[in-house]
Design a protein around this ligand. Structure first.
Ligand code: TXA
Ligand code: MG
Length: 330
């Protein structure tokens, strides 16, 4: 279902950055690379642009968005930093970390983007193209992953095109992203909370904080009207094929998403096989995760069997996304 916009695709570079800033200025929608996944950007201060963004993604409007800014001064204008937030920002920004902080009194981010919450999610991305666009535009940019709601996040521009062509104004093509899973989201509440595992391992955050991150309450992980981190909507990352986890043998008609080199019985009859990382490297696996899921889904296989993935480092985020992909869709 196209909305009928003409979607321009430009290779990353000065002209693309200038075009992106212009589109944002006019209230339009621009997809651009960040180091985690491609984001779909809109002017965070323009409610009409944000409404258009929700519509383009087909996303539930209660899902609050991350405000991306170019530097710490800009972050401080929208969120209130306590000592813990300062330490995390100092250690990990720019990078794959999002902080959920109390809004400042004059926070310019539109209420529609924060879903009416008293908090705002903030990130300074590390990707040079994202940073150039933020600098050229000069205001916060809200950017959910640049996919249709319910699809896996895009890690190359072609994924964005296949989901959003005709629905957005511009795609800036900066090649494949480096990290491959979305940012880690930490809520700075009385006790810092891991709202979403992501591209920054939990252990790194805990080391800098000197304390263990709390888990969100179990009932936040649902389609409630005001989920704590609604990226947690149960089926948020689901492909079309049925996903089966911790597989050590293949069922007929299944494709295999492999990890490492362990043997899997029935592999000779596999509909398709892709390996997240033959050498068992979790960073490589994260970078390949969404692309491989899309490719196996497109192979037409009835199901995707996934080999066990270790839980350390980026394994926590990978297993989180796979678990969501495995939640059955009606
Ligand atoms: O890596 C990323 O974070 C990517 C790139 C583009 O930056 N963006 C991304 O955005 O993953 P999105 O919209 O797909 O996920 C944003 C997550 C959602 O789970 C949302 O609920 C949560 O951030 N979030 C936003 N504001 C929040 C708030 N005030 N409190 C709790 N969670 C919030
Ligand atoms: Mg997303």
């Amino acid at each position: 279902m196209k909305i009928g916009l003409k979607t321009l695709v430009l290779p990353a570079g000065e002209a693309a950055v200038a075009a992106a800033a212009r589109v944002l200025e006019e209230g339009g929608l621009v997809a651009f690379p960040t180091e985690t996944v491609y984001g779909l950007g809109a002017d965070a201060t323009n409610a009409a642009a944000i409404a258009r963004l929700y519509q383009a993604k087909g996303r539930p409007a209660f899902n609050p968005l991350i405000a991306h800014v170019g530097d710490l001064a800009a972050a401080r204008r929208i969120g209130r930093f306590d000592a813990a937030a300062e330490r995390l920002a100092e250690a990990f920004w720019p990078g794959p970390l999002t902080l959920v902080l109390p809004k400042t009194a004059d926070c310019a981010v539109a209420d529609l983007a924060t879903a009416g919450l008293e908090t705002v999610a903030i990130r300074i991305p590390a990707h040079p193209v994202a940073r150039d666009i933020l600098r050229a535009f000069g205001r916060p940019v809200v950017a959910p992953s640049a996919n249709l709601s319910g699809h896996v996040s895009p890690t190359i521009a072609a994924h964005v095109q296949s989901d959003l062509e005709g629905r957005i104004d511009l795609i800036v093509d900066g090649g494949a992203v480096a990290v491959g899973v979305e940012s880690t989201i930490v809520g700075i509440f009385d006790h810092p909370m891991l709202l979403r595992p992501g591209g920054l391992p939990r252990a790194d955050v805990e080391r800098v904080l000197g304390r263990v991150l709390q888990q969100p309450p179990a009932d936040a992980d649902s389609d409630s009207a005001q989920p704590l981190a609604p990226g947690m909507l149960a089926s948020h990352y689901a492909p079309r094929a049925r996903v089966r986890l911790n597989a050590d043998k293949l069922e007929p008609g299944e494709a295999l998403l492999a990890f490492g080199t362990d043997a899997v019985s029935g592999i000779d009859a596999a509909a398709a096989v892709m390996n997240l990382s033959a050498r068992g490297d979790l960073d490589e696996a994260a970078a390949n995760l969404f692309g491989h899921l899309r490719a196996l889904d497109a192979s037409g296989a009835r199901g995707i069997a996934v080999m066990p993935i270790p839980h350390d480092g980026l394994g926590e985020a990978i297993n989180d996304r796979l678990r969501r992909a495995a939640v059955g869709r009606e």
